[in-house]
Structures are given as structure tokens and as C-alpha cells.
Design a protein around this ligand. Structure first.
Ligand code: HPA
Length: 248
């Protein structure tokens, strides 16, 4: 059965154990290779596709991900809705490590990433509307289910998409804060815009891996990030099972 829903898994979610995998499909696209094969499976009784954004062995840094190939491949197999799971740093005080957050806005600070499908063989220039970068319907579903599960998730916030792969300086985080950003990650763009260009419903489920740079004394370590993601991803898995079962 064609999966109508896809999960893009980020750092800490390179595999989804609850997914009964029935098929792996390598999809070629006019934009090159996706991050890995699409895993077809069943979650909560529904057909879903899963794609590990950084590759199955977590080898692709954020700026090397072929976002266009990933989204195109999902679109090609018939996916209509995408839940994008992504690790972030928490800028706002209440964005504590391990928390889930569903951004409703973003600011794009990335550069040099192929960021549109609308650039070759154009009969006319196309500008997608991006006033609301995330699907309100899909966000509502996630928020409602997170409430029902009492996950204490943050329901409205602005995501800063940074280039990476390094983490930010403390001054950069202060600037992001002045810009109105609440969480910071490296993979949210151009992913969200490409999904919109293809007409996919797309929402992000962010998992706070650490306090953003300068928000607490000392360095941010990968060990700390990984530890917090374990707790956060356990919440994500519960949420996905419930939301996927309830999706249109
Ligand atoms: N900054 C950017 N991306 C991230 C962070 C961060 O602090 N933590 C996890 N992904």
C-alpha cells in the first residue's frame, strides 16, 4: 500500500523500532540520491514511509543533505503528509532539554543549499506562499495528541534554521533571540519550503537536545545532546504512534 504519511527522522531518530518494515525502496530523482532508502512500513496500523535525514548511519551533515532529492522521492511515491522530527537547541527559557516543540514560524539563516524545485525550464517564475511555513492542520493534530498524552510540549514557537554543522556562538544566539527565535536547528530549511513547493502537508516536531549556546555556562557536548535526545525521542515515538493512527 502506498504510504500517505512520511516521517523524516533526524539526529536521535535514525530508526523507528515501532515501525514494522515491509519494504525498502531506493528512489532515484532528477536531483540525485536521497539520504537513504525509503523504508515502507506499518506504524499504529497505518502505512508509513520513513527516511533517515542524515542517512541510515548518520553520516550526512546538515549542509550536505540532499533536501530536494528527499522531498522529491517522498512525493514520487505518493506521500501527502510529512512529519519532520528534528533536534534543536532551546533558546527560550521554557525550552528545556528533552521537551518537544511544534514551531509555527521559522527564520532561514542557511545559505548555499539548493533550495527550490522552481529554477530550471521555467515557463514563468513561481513564488510559493510561505506566510505559514508549517501545515496548520498537521500541527493541530500533533498538538492535540501531545496534550492528550500530557507531554507538556511547546505549542507555538519560531525555529531558526542555521547553516551548521558547528553550533552557534553565544552572540549568534543572542541575535537569534532578538530576531524572535525560540529554538535553533540546522535542517529545517530548505526542507519546509521544498515540501510546500510540492504541495505536501509538512509539520515539524522539534526535540530540544540542549540549551542553546551561552544560555548556560560551559560547553555544549555531543554526550549531553545524545543523552537528552534519548528522553525526547521516547516522547516523539509515543506521539507519532497516536498521531499517525488518527491522521486523515
Ligand atoms: N544549535 C543548532 N542545532 C542544534 C542544536 C543547537 O544548539 N542542538 C541540536 N541541534
Amino acid at each position: 500500500m502506498t504510504p500517505a504519511v512520511a516521517i523524516i527522522g533526524g539526529t536521535g531518530l535514525a530508526a523507528l523500532e515501532d515501525l514494522t518494515i515491509v519494504q525498502q525502496k531506493t528512489v532515484s530523482t532528477p536531483y540525485g540520491e536521497p539520504s537513504g532508502p525509503l523504508l515502507y512500513g506499518e506504524l499504529a496500523g497505518r502505512a508509513v514511509a520513513f527516511l533517515a535525514r542524515h542517512g541510515q548511519r548518520h553520516t550526512l551533515p546538515p549542509h550536505k543533505i540532499n533536501y530536494r532529492a528527499n522531498l522529491w522521492a517522498l512525493h514520487r511515491i505518493g506521500v501527502k503528509q510529512v512529519i519532520a522530527v528534528a533536534a534543536v537547541g532551546g533558546i527560550r527559557q521554557d525550552m528545556a532539554p528533552g521537551m518537544l516543540a511544534f514551531p509555527d514560524q521559522l527564520v532561514d539563516y542557511t545559505w548555499g543549499r539548493p533550495c527550490t524545485f522552481f529554477e530550471d525550464d521555467l515557463s514563468h517564475v513561481t513564488h510559493i506562499d510561505f506566510t505559514e511555513p508549517y501545515s496548520p492542520e498537521l500541527r493541530r493534530r500533533l498538538i492535540q495528541d501531545a496534550r492528550a498524552l500530557e507531554l507538556g510540549a511547546r505549542e507555538s514557537c519560531t525555529y531558526a534554521a542555521m547553516q551548521g554543522p558547528r553550533l552557534e556562538t553565544a552572540a549568534e544566539v543572542r541575535k537569534l533571540e532578538r530576531d524572535g527565535c525560540d529554538i535553533v536547528g540546522m535542517t529545517g530549511m530548505p526542507e519546509a519550503a521544498l515540501a510546500r513547493e510540492l504541495g505536501l502537508r509538512y509539520a515539524a516536531c522539534a526535540v530540544v537536545a540542549n540549551r542553546a549556546a551561552g544560555k548556560v555556562p560551559g560547553e555544549i557536548t555531543m554526550a549531553e545532546i545524545e543523552r537528552n535526545l534519548v528522553a525526547g525521542m521516547a516522547r516523539v515515538k509515543r506521539l507519532l504512534a497516536r498521531s499517525i493512527a488518527a491522521l486523515d
